[in-house]
Design a binder for this molecule. Structure first.
Ligand code: GLN
Ligand code: ZN
Length: 751
């Protein structure tokens, strides 16, 4: 029997970010719904044609989205919160209102999709939620694909994951108690898809790779028993990915679903677990042997033997990706400026599809020969190539001792830092000031060669001077240079460090129309020369007040890059940390007394299973401490955390041993402070009081109120007053009045 060749999902933003551009054009009023829909239609059709042409035999369907797949399900199940319905707008505009808010109506909450840098919108449920199926999108998608000549397998979020990722707006109400009502909607939907001729439907259940309670596993069994018993339905594929489904796997296998997808890249050991599952010889196993989250070519020989092992035990085999390819850029071939040695080892979404097809052919046509031409030495493993090895870096990592991760005791540092001369409730910002159109234009001009480096530097210095005098005028205590020279807080460093490559077109959707271009960390990391010192010391030369040096921490640099997979990530983190350590020391020698090392992604990389979290916190906290451990007692180290709920990593935050931690807190109204004090945290802390994700300018009274709450939890001599995050996405018309209120509120609180 032929092996099925498929992938679990595919990017949708467009190889040239066509969707981003079309959506933004629509938002700005420069196009209408018809034009946007036409672009969307073309993009989907191009994708189907491309994937089918490459030789996949079943394509994932319904993977397109104008903004986010979870948001699509809010529409699919007719659970649009009343505040958006009341706007009385069209279906499309209601959808975008949920994503982005509308005037005074707050959008749905945006949060990270498992341990990725993709963000989804959080559906809101109440005890009164009624699901009303609105199947137009998946049905239309199925029909449109068929019209384009391809058969698709509609992809949906599974009921468990949907409920577990939603939030209840009725206090104390568990979304999971809506399961039976929700299953009615799934049952109806499966009936409609069956009637429309869908052969398979894919139900994504990544929530199963997190720790699940017995009650949740029970709900899982109930859900799939019920769906599998439907008489009119397509075959069901339940997809788990990003990790080990653990106890959920036998539960799923005991139901009558026809297919199971497993992530064999994150969890190779699943092969043996699958082999002993009683019902497995009646199921189609979708073997995720091609990594859907990282950019390295697959070791095809190994993947092939994994598949061969499975062939003996499973009913039928499908070769697939470990997860949706949503998390990868489109095409390596577009990267003509990459070092050919690096490029030869990379596979983006298109190349991953080719790998799946090759593996499928090798298996079904019994011609492993098709793999041979890919196993050539120029594409051999990274760690065996000269490309990735830098002996001096390895020697330095080998010589790291515990003392390198240990600064002087906090009390001693606190004394030594008194000479900086800070008052109680010191005010500061998180680093960036607005990235104006002018600044972006200057960067484009440098890239295109219209201006030279000297002109560029001159303009950046002028900007720094402007930002410094603005901060002095506002009366802030600790100043920043404003980060005008940074295109992105990770890419800026990746471009200057050895061991990293950056791409030109390697865009990946982060949320909605926002895309990022993660750098590629392919080799041993080192710092050829200082990266930020000239900007920081220029800024410091303009003022008597202390200027904070500004660095991105090792964990965040790894989290927002594609990282080599040929050595433990802890080693890679230490290499990055050593490079940053040198930068911290250089900043201090240049007269900078305060250095901030940002770690907004500390929470993001936290493993999904609690059993693995300690090991993660050990190496991540260790890397941060290595990066900052070269700072003498009188240098004040700050860190900054945001984008997440930090409750789960409080011990880690304490472990960072930073002198001052600024942390997002405005929206949760200082909740984090309670958690920190309860955990015995006793160093400096700056809970954000100004929510910079909103264009609103907070009033001085609101800020005073938040400061009062903070002062109740933390003594004033350890409390800092600052915004939630950097100001780069805001405009000066908002930032100036907001910071004025912030400084004034701090003054009021002090008196
Ligand atoms: N220093 C960075 C800035 O202000 C921090 C950004 C972040 O936390 N994401 O822009
Ligand atoms: Zn931040």
């Amino acid at each position: 029997m032929n092996t099925i060749k498929t992938v679990l999902g595919y990017p949708r933003i467009g190889p040239d970010r066509e969707l981003k551009k079309a959506v933004e054009k629509y938002w700005s009023g420069d196009s209408d719904a018809a034009e946007l829909e036409a672009t969307a239609h073309r993009l989907r059709a191009d994708t189907w044609r491309d994937l089918a042409g490459r030789g996949l035999d079943v394509l994932p369907g319904n993977t397109f989205s104008y903004y986010d797949q979870m948001l699509d399900h809010v529409q699919l199940f007719g659970i649009i919160p009343e505040r958006f319905r009341a706007l009385g707008r069209s279906g499309l505009d209601t959808y975008f209102a949920m994503a982005r808010g509308h005037a005074e109506v707050a959008p749905l909450e945006l949060t990270k999709w498992f341990d990725t840098n993709y963000h989804y919108l959080v559906p809101e449920l109440t005890e009164n939620t009624v699901f009303r199926l609105n199947p137009a999108k998946p049905l239309e998608d199925l029909a449109a694909a068929r019209e384009a000549g391809v058969e698709t397998r509609p992809v949906l979020i599974g009921p468990l994951t949907f409920l577990l990722l939603s939030k209840s707006t009725t206090p104390g109400f568990e979304p999971l108690s809506l399961l039976d009502r929700l299953l009615d909607a799934y049952a109806e939907l499966l009936g409609r898809l069956d009637a429309a001729g869908a052969d398979w439907v894919q139900l994504d259940e990544p929530a199963l790779v997190q720790d699940r309670t017995p009650a949740e596993l029970d709900a899982l069994r109930r859900a799939y028993d019920r769906l599998a018993k439907l008489t009119e339905r397509p075959r069901l594929l339940v997809a788990t990915y990003f990790g080990d489904p653990g106890a959920a796997l036998p539960v799923l296998a005991s139901t009558a679903v026809e297919g199971l997808a497993v992530d064999l890249v994150s969890t190779p050991g699943l092969v043996d677990q699958l082999a002993v599952l009683p019902a497995i010889q009646r199921k189609t196993v979708f073997a995720g042997v091609v990594d859907g989250r990282n950019v390295w070519r697959t070791a095809l020989g190994e993947a092939l033997s994994t598949c061969v092992k499975l062939l003996g035990s499973v009913g039928r085999l499908a070769v697939s990706t470990s997860c949706s390819l949503l998390h990868l850029p489109y095409d390596v071939d577009a990267e003509d400026e990459l070092d050919p040695q690096v490029r030869a080892r990379l596979a983006f979404a298109r190349q991953k599809v080719d790998e799946v097809v090759l593996l499928g052919r090798a298996l079904s046509e019994d011609e492993p020969g098709v793999l041979v031409n890919l196993d050539n030495p120029s594409r051999g493993p990274l760690n065996e190539s000269g490309l990735a090895r830098e002996q001096a870096v390895r020697d330095r990592v080998a010589a790291i001792g515990p003392e390198d991760r240990q600064r002087a005791p906090y009390d001693e540092r606190r004394k030594a830092q008194e000479s900086i001369g800070l008052q109680d409730l010191a005010t500061t910002t998180i680093g960036s000031f607005p990235q104006t159109a002018d600044l972006r234009r200057t960067r484009t001009e440098l890239r295109s060669g219209r201006i030279d480096q000297a002109t560029y530097d001159e303009r950046m210095r002028a900007e720094i001077a402007r930002v410094i005098s603005l901060q002095e005028e506002l009366g802030l205590d600790v100043l920043v240079h404003g980060e005008p020279e940074r295109n992105d807080m990770v890419q800026y460093f990746a471009e200057q460090l050895d061991g990293f490559a950056t791409t030109r077109h390697g865009w990946v959707q982060s949320y909605g129309s926002r895309c990022v271009r993660p750098p590629i960390l392919y080799g041993d990391v080192s710092r050829p020369e200082p990266m930020t010192v000239r900007w920081a010391s220029y800024a410091q030369s303009l003022t008597e007040r202390p200027v904070k040096g500004m660095l991105t921490g090792p964990v965040t640099i790894l989290a927002w890059s594609f990282v080599r997979d040929d050595q433990p990530v802890a080693v890679t983190a230490d290499q990055v940390a050593l490079a940053l350590r040198d930068e911290v020391v250089d900043l201090a020698s240049a007269g900078i007394r305060i250095v901030q090392v940002d770690e907004p992604a500390l929470r993001e990389l936290l493993p999904l299973r609690s059993a693995e979290q300690k090991a993660y916190l050990d190496w991540s906290v260790g890397a941060f401490r290595l990066a900052t451990g070269g700072a003498s007692a009188e240098i004040q180290i700050h860190t900054h955390l945001c984008y997440s709920e930090f409750g789960a990593v409080i011990a880690g935050i304490d472990g960072l041993d930073a002198d001052v931690t600024t942390i997002e807190a405005a929206r949760s109204r200082m909740e984090i402070l309670g958690d920190l004090t309860a955990a015995g945290f006793r160093r400096g802390v700056g809970p954000g009081i100004y929510d910079i994700h909103s264009p609103r300018v907070p009033s001085q009274e609101e800020l005073t109120d938040l400061i009062d709450r903070a002062v109740a939890a933390v003594p004033a001599d350890r409390l800092w007053i600052n915004p939630d995050c950097g100001l780069k996405t805001r405009g000066y018309d908002e930032v100036i009045p907001a910071l004025r209120h912030l400084v004034q509120a701090a003054r009021t609180a002090r008196s």
